[in-house]
Design a protein around this ligand. Structure first.
Ligand code: ADP
Ligand code: MG
Length: 462
């Protein structure tokens, strides 16, 4: 089988995306690669297709259990034998998986980097026919990256331990030079083919809106775009269900998609959308994998996602045909609270502190995108390590009118007032106090501020 037949047979796609072929060819020729491509560009295929065509096993090193499980599940659905070895396996499953791998049951085996250091895994690796090692999310190797993971720096040690050095591919969406050099050095890639594809999607308009009434905004938008089809992402299943119901009440033809629906319902929704039987699909981030619909004219985010990687991946489903399309995020401060809650309650592999911190940093970057008055495209491209002009003239901040106002004094007064209140009063009460209300609430410690934040007994703000 050749690479194009494998692409069609297993993944159902008819052509490669930019960069994919070049990386696949190099790996098949036994040459190391470093692939730097934006999120959603299709890096996984760059090692999955060679894995299918090369003899033996491909080890995929991946940082998160959820990433591994998603990929293994997608591969199995495509009829490719794959497995992952991670801390969620009990001892019996663990040994069984290794035994099966030894017997040649899997083409791809996903492992966390820490696993490579264990004696058990090394005993396995010494004997197993490993023809390729793919390092996914390779920026974790670098201290300069956001997600530094010390055991990634010891992958070379594992490669050197193997009786025969396999061909090595490294993949990341982080394009900064520091990270790139770290990857090349740390893995000692040999004469690698390095491929960087651009992150900018010039046909996409990026916007952030702060509507008071998100529903009203969405109705207006959909009515104005009656001919076009698009996706609306919500952060929770409940939001999906509610918005879906309201859209239908408004007479908008909509489908919905989330992991709480049955397999048949999801399949139906996906097909209705794919074949233009509905105008819009309301979905959680469970929707999108393997969707290849080129004429999606808009992607609206009803809620802010957890990070810009996810945002760019989801928004990037708009306009794959290169025609002008819009990616608009409807922000409310409540979204940040929800995302924080979701992060805190996320099941984490061994609750890695670094991962938690990185997730929080990513969330702040996402929030910054929603609040910035700088060019949105530049904010996105910088985040992914790419240079970009200060203005793109094709986003809501470049096209909007902004007036910058210094609110330092007002902010100080508010903080001071809250501090001196010494009790968790509600926002209305605080606002009244700050606005000079004459009727202090019961239990207020002493006469309140006579005016806008000018307490006589001002304490120092911590
Ligand atoms: P990355 O790892 O670069 O963020 P993925 O490998 O997860 O991206 O791929 C993103 C999406 O693009 C997946 O849904 C994948 O199936 C799809 N995809 C990858 N290659 C192609 C292709 N040649 N044609 C169409 N869709 C593709
Ligand atoms: Mg990936």
């Amino acid at each position: 089988m050749d690479k194009l037949s494998a692409l069609k047979k297993y993944f159902g796609y008819t052509s490669f995306r930019p960069g994919q072929e070049s990386l696949i060819d190099a790996l098949l020729q036994g040459r190391d690669v470093l692939g730097i491509m934006p999120t959603g560009a299709g890096k996984s295929l760059c090692y999955q297709i060679p894995a299918l065509l090369l003899p033996g096993i491909t080890l995929v090193i991946s940082p998160l259990i959820s990433l591994m499980q998603d990929q293994v599940q997608a591969l199995e659905t495509a009829g490719i034998s794959a497995a992952c070895i991670n801390s969620s396996l009990g001892p019996r499953e663990f040994y069984a998986t290794l035994d099966q791998a030894r017997a040649g049951a899997y083409k791809l085996l996903y492992v966390a980097p820490e696993r490579l250091e264990t004696e058990l895994f090394r005993d396995f690796a010494k004997e197993a026919p490993i023809s390729m090692v793919a390092v996914d999310e390779a920026h974790c190797i670098s201290q300069w990256g956001q997600d530094f993971r010390p055991s990634y720096t010891r992958i070379l040690d594992f490669l050197e331990f193997l009786p025969k050095r396999p061909v090595v591919g490294a993949f990341t969406a982080t394009a900064t030079e520091l990270v790139r050099d770290d990857i090349l050095q740390s893995l000692e890639l040999q004469n690698p083919r390095i491929l960087v594809t651009g992150f900018d999607r010039t046909n996409l308009y990026f916007g952030v809106e702060h509507p008071r009434d998100k529903d009203a905004w969405v109705f207006r938008y959909l009515k104005a775009h009656g001919e076009d089809c698009g996706i609306i992402y919500c952060s929770t299943r409940k939001n999906v269900d509610e918005l879906y119901d309201r859209l239908r009440l408004e007479g908008i033809s909509a489908a919905r998609y989330h992991a709480g629906l049955s397999q048949e319902e999801r399949q139906q929704a996906q097909e209705d959308f794919q074949y233009d039987r509905v105008q819009v699909i309301v979905a959680t981030n469970a929707f999108g994998m393997g969707i290849d619909k080129s004429n999606v004219r808009y992607v609206l985010h009803y809620n802010m996602p957890s990070c810009l990687e996810n945002y760019y991946q989801e928004a990037g489903r708009a306009g794959r045909d290169g025609e002008p399309s819009e990616c608009i995020l409807l922000f409310s401060p409540q979204d940040v609270v929800i995302q924080k809650f979701l992060l805190e309650h996320k099941e984490q592999s061994a609750a890695l502190e670094e991962v938690e911190e990185a997730n929080l940093r990513k969330l702040y970057a996402m929030e910054h995108y929603c609040r910035t008055t700088s060019c949105l495209r530049q904010t996105l491209l910088h985040y992914f390590g790419e240079e970009a002009p200060a203005r793109c003239n094709h986003c809501s901040t470049c096209n909007g009118d902004y007036e910058e106002v210094d609110m330092t004094e007002e902010t100080k007064s508010i903080v001071k007032c809250i501090h001196e209140a010494r009790r968790p009063y509600g926002i209305t009460l605080m606002a009244n106090v700050l606005a000079g209300s004459r009727s202090p609430p019961p239990g207020w410690r002493r006469p309140v501020f006579p005016g806008y934040g000018c307490s006589e007994h001002s304490t120092t703000i911590p």
